[in-house]
Design a protein around this ligand. Structure first.
Ligand code: CDP
Length: 237
């Protein structure tokens, strides 16, 4: 593994890396690792949709009523913070990093993410992160809508049963309830809603590199992605 990648420092250029793909295919794990290797800011855009969903659940916002959701957005402030346990997401100042991973949020988040008012508010915040920093952001529409001019784009996927097992293991480790069957049907349902919504559907950008990581180790995937980024940035320099 090449540990020091000096080329970014010598280039004096802000870069944006977009990572999209299906639910639970390891986007956030690899994006965090890339961020660490290249000293980039990592933004988990999915956690922002999850935070809005948590707010709606807590405040009995009727998510079928888009006007009500739009009004609720005015009371929502989302920030990221760096702590000892890593990056945390703050909803109106409260650390909700764990609370946004529950079964209840999983069940509703794709319905909330369909709402255009929600998307436009969150996309604006997402774009603001790249104004001053080099970033890697993962999500569903990063390479297609949020940063269509991103320097490097990836589209990750993996077989459904592999994604199910990975997510189930992750939930067990964190003590989050949910059966294997629920996890699998939730991933399928979210992928369906995310891919078929009108506003910013999940799809591979024409210039994104597709990676099926079903058979790839985390280390091999990281090295592969780092090499692609390095090659692309050098070519564009
Ligand atoms: O971690 P996982 O793959 O399960 O999902 P996530 O990245 O936390 O995203 C949760 C949900 O937020 C997705 O299923 C989408 O409905 C929505 N989302 C979105 O619409 N656009 C994004 N850029 C990111 C997430």
């Amino acid at each position: 593994m090449i540990r020091s990648r000096f080329f970014f420092w010598s280039m004096n250029k802000r870069i944006v890396i977009a990572v999209d793909g299906h639910s639970a295919c390891g986007k956030s794990t690899v994006s965090k690792d890339v961020a660490k290797e290249l000293s980039l800011i990592y933004i988990d855009s999915g956690s922002m949709y999850r935070a809005v969903t948590l707010f709606c659940i807590r405040n009995d916002v009727n998510i079928e009523d888009h006007q009500q959701v739009a009004e609720a957005l005015e009371s929502i402030n989302i920030q990221f913070s760096k702590t000892e346990k890593g990056q945390t997401i703050l909803l109106n100042g409260e650390d909700v990093s764990d609370k946004i991973r529950t079964k209840e949020v999983n069940a509703l988040v794709s319905q909330v993410a369909k709402i255009s008012e929600v998307r436009s508010k969150l996309v604006e915040i997402q774009r603001s992160f790249a104004k001053t920093e080099s970033i890697i952001m993962d999500g569903r529409d990063i390479g297609t809508v949020v940063f269509p001019d991103a320097d490097v784009k990836f589209f990750l996927t993996a077989k459904l049963d592999i994604r199910t097992n990975r997510r189930y293991a992750e939930m067990q480790e964190k003590g989050i309830e949910g059966s294997l069957e629920f996890v699998q049907s939730n991933l399928q349902e979210r992928d369906y809603i995310d891919s078929n919504r009108k506003d910013s559907p999940l799809k591979q950008a024409d210039d994104a590199l597709l990676i099926d990581n079903s058979e790839l180790s985390q280390e091999d995937q990281l090295e592969y992605i780092l090499n692609i980024i390095e090659k692309q940035i050098r070519e564009d320099a």
